[in-house]
Design a protein around this ligand. Structure first.
Ligand SMILES: [Zn+2]
Length: 297
């Protein structure tokens, strides 16, 4: 327990899992040493019936029961050995949106960067991505012929909409808006934020307005898209974050806002909610989390 997770969480998890283990062991006794059954790969210690848990915040959290996002016809992972675990809601969102876009724009693949590590926690190169709710996704570009292109890396968009690293590639408003629209109108997951640079947000909303987009969808997108107030401006990728899963409001919390001092952030992540409400920030004795050297969210 790297950061001393609240006792209440640990007790709840232990109680839930030990009950299930007791039931499993009553049905299937442990295999004898040297038998084929003993040599078989050990099943996950976590019963599949337990829901995936997003514990803590995206900037100071962890993850249980994560699912793995994999390469597919519509999804291309940026790193072979990257952090590709997330809540089922996040992985589902990415898969559904990728399918929706590929159906509309043949040949299009979604280029996905990091999600979270299997158990969550700190992820080098990121300030968040700790609790299975965050994913980085490349912008969508077209080549000189107007067809989808699949750059190997995230490309930076400059003011006129071309890629800084390859002037033949153009940020495509139709494809990128279709992606944002798919996310904010997804039937299975609720998107909390889409971190993206102001200039990208402006051009996508202008495009959506020009196409007569259904106003509630436009409004949802306008609320979700924002440039982070600190760190990377996100001019080379979207960073999508889903809301806490239903029923996990006690253990899954929002990322602290910039206005909250670091020491309050640290207390919030290590204290049960019921106790947290009673501790004035001025009396918080937990030292602030060490500032990280990274800039990405
Ligand atoms: Zn990110």
């Amino acid at each position: 327990m790297r950061r001393g997770w609240p006792t209440v969480f640990i007790l709840a998890a232990v109680t839930a899992t030990s009950g299930a283990f007791a039931r499993e062991s009553a049905i299937a006794p442990a295999p004898k040493k040297g038998t084929a059954a003993a040599a078989a790969p050990r099943p996950s210690r976590r019963p599949a019936t337990l829901p995936a848990l997003s514990i803590g915040s995206p900037t100071d959290g962890k993850l249980e029961g994560a699912v793995l996002l994999e390469n597919s016809k519509e999804i291309r992972l940026r790193h072979a050995n990257g952090a590709h675990y997330g809540l089922p809601g996040l992985v589902g969102l990415l898969e559904r949106s990728a399918k929706r876009l590929a159906a509309r724009f043949p040949g299009l693949t979604l280029h996905v960067g990091d999600l979270s590590r299997r158990e969550g926690g700190e992820l080098p190169g990121h300030k968040s991505h700790e609790s299975g709710r965050d994913a980085d996704v490349a912008f969508l570009f077209v080549g000189p012929d107007g067809e989808s292109v699949a750059p190997a890396e995230f490309l930076t968009v400059v003011d006129n909409g071309v890629a800084l690293e390859n002037r033949n590639y153009r940020f495509d408003d139709a494809r990128n808006w279709a992606l944002v629209e798919a996310w904010v109108s997804d039937p299975g997951s609720r998107v909390e934020h889409i971190f993206v640079a102001d200039q990208i947000r402006r051009r996508l909303l202008a495009y959506a307005r020009s196409k007569g987009t259904y106003l509630p969808v436009l409004h949802r997108a306008a609320m979700a898209m924002k440039q982070p107030s600190a760190g990377q401006v996100h001019d080379d990728h979207f960073h999508v974050r889903i809301s806490c899963p239903a029923g996990q409001r006690r253990i899954c919390v929002p990322a602290p806002t910039r206005a909250e001092p670091a020491r309050v952030k640290s207390v919030a992540a290590t204290t049960p909610v019921s106790i947290r409400r009673t501790i004035p920030a001025s009396r918080a004795l937990v030292k602030p989390k060490k500032e990280r050297e990274t800039t990405r969210r």
